[in-house]
Design a binder for this molecule. Structure first.
Ligand SMILES: [Zn+2]
Length: 474
């Protein structure tokens, strides 16, 4: 089995599908007795059929995390369905129907929960901007009884922090079911600049501006500039030796790290609210971009290259990039942040810290974060618990596949970022995940409080073993 087909298998195992539902019919399959399945998303397969994810629903309100897979033929007719035996379906009866009728999304309660969450993190609402919000009514079991609950997934951001708030509360009683509290992406490291206080309580719009109006319709050119760091080696983009073309938008002689349908790269430096109010990085096309920080000549170009590396993998596998993964990247995020992260909306990239790490715009970081976007779009796996471990392992595996196009997998993560006096110091290891002193390599050692970047060792090792196994050549 080739490397790419192995990876395609991994994609098929861990993902469901991009929204491509316009040709699909039916979008709802009635199962009788109030039960139905509603189409969530679908993607065309190599055979020309559609694989779809459908949610099991009761009186049109869907159960939390109860998806089944279906297959449609090219005429949009449902041809096969892969679902668990009916005996494991959750109940759907008139009691539940009555509860659904009585339920609504209690915005006041939602606001209260969001605020107390921010308060627990030492944040005030006026210190952060809301960049996205998804709220829906779902059904889930609480103490053996099916209850309607409000599910909320909200992202807040300022120049130094990004917070992804994920919570559920019972729709009828307001009782909190869970709040994910491990998604604070960076604690304030230095004094925080105060934000414009124009973000009153109006919770109806996303604050991230779309500043691409003036570069739409431009031509496309290869960006010129330097990239890389001492551990990746240096790269010459657009000219000279090791020529690498990064297509970007050009308007006369002004180049912007933006391309319609691909994404954009902004810089958080020099803007009071970081990337929240910065346009895509721009520079004179004929001069190129040289914007050195922490021994990296241009993190913006490297970030753009990371997007292209990730997209190349999908192109080679004949998989369409989900529309939601036209990514917004923010480089120079935070202060000496030694990390990169997917917020559910953007990829945030830290500059690293001199003497310890280089900027996190390296291929493995960018591909890892890009893969989180794919996972969000395809399967919607959560980012905590065992789901989080699988989620992060998929991102790690994807980053190794990205690196196939630039020299091959390293079977370590972060080896081009972290270093000490004796050289490169990876943070994760595929062959023996336990080498970092924290990760597990066996599901038997899983505990609920284990971070997903440590529990991912189980799947990372599995992926490594499968990839190097005899007959499963890379
Ligand atoms: Zn991750």
């Amino acid at each position: 089995m080739s490397w790419t087909s192995l990876f395609a298998t991994a994609v098929a195992l861990t993902t469901t599908w991009e929204v491509e539902s316009k040709n699909l019919n039916p979008t709802k399959v009635d199962l009788g007795g109030g039960l139905s399945m509603l189409l969530v998303r679908a993607v065309r397969t190599v055979s020309g059929n559609y694989r779809a994810r459908m949610n099991l629903c009761c009186y049109d309100t869907c159960y939390w995390n109860f998806g089944v897979e279906a297959e449609y033929n090219s005429n949009g007719k449902y041809s096969d369905i892969f679902w668990p035996p009916r005996s494991v379906f959750p109940p759907c009866d008139s009691t539940i129907q009555k509860k659904i009728k009585k339920s609504s999304i209690d915005k006041k309660r939602l606001r209260e929960i969001k605020r107390s969450y921010l308060t627990n993190l030492g944040l005030k609402r006026k210190d952060v901007k809301r960049v996205s919000q998804k709220v829906e009514l779902v059904l889930r079991e609480i103490n053996g009884i099916i209850e309607p609950v409000v599910f909320a997934d909200v992202i807040y951001e300022n120049a130094h922090q990004a917070v992804r708030f994920v919570a559920q509360f019972a729709a009828l009683t307001g009782e909190l079911v869970f709040v994910h509290d491990k998604l604070l992406l960076e604690k304030v490291q230095e004094s925080q600049e105060s934000l414009d206080s124009d973000n009153s309580d109006s919770e109806d719009r996303d604050d991230r501006s779309d500043s691409n109006e003036n570069i739409k319709g431009s031509e496309t050119v290869c960006a010129i500039g330097s990239g890389g760091n001492p551990l990746t080696g240096y790269i010459s983009y657009g000219s000279g030796t090791n020529d690498t073309c990064l297509p970007v938008a050009a308007n006369r002689n002004k180049c912007s790290l933006y391309l319609d349908g691909v994404g954009q790269v902004r810089s958080g430096r020099g803007h009071p609210r970081g990337c929240l109010d910065s346009p895509p990085i721009s520079f004179p096309c004929d001069v190129g971009l040289y914007d050195a920080v922490n021994e990296a000549p241009s993190v913006g170009l490297d970030a753009m290259r990371g997007i292209y590396l990730a997209r190349d993998v999908l192109r080679e596998l004949n998989i369409e990039v989900p529309a939601s993964c036209q990514v917004d990247v923010c480089v120079n995020f935070g202060n000496h942040l030694q990390n990169s992260m997917w917020t559910g909306k953007s990829i945030l990239v830290g500059d690293g810290r001199e003497g310890r790490s280089y900027p996190f715009s390296t291929p493995d970081c960018m591909c890892h974060e890009f893969a989180h976007c794919l996972t969000d779009s395809w399967s919607g796996l959560l980012m905590n618990g065992q789901a989080g471990g699988i989620n992060d392992a998929f991102s790690d595996a994807f980053s190794q596949v990205c690196k196939l196009n630039i020299g091959g997998p390293s079977w370590t993560v972060g080896e081009t970022n972290f270093y000490d006096g004796s050289g490169s110091t990876p943070i994760r290891y595929f062959e023996d995940p336990t080498l970092d002193g924290y990760s597990i390599d066996n599901a038997a050692n899983y505990t609920e409080d284990l971070d997903s970047h440590l529990s991912c060792g189980v799947y990372n090792k599995f992926f490594f073993c499968l990839s190097v196994d005899k007959g499963w050549d890379l």
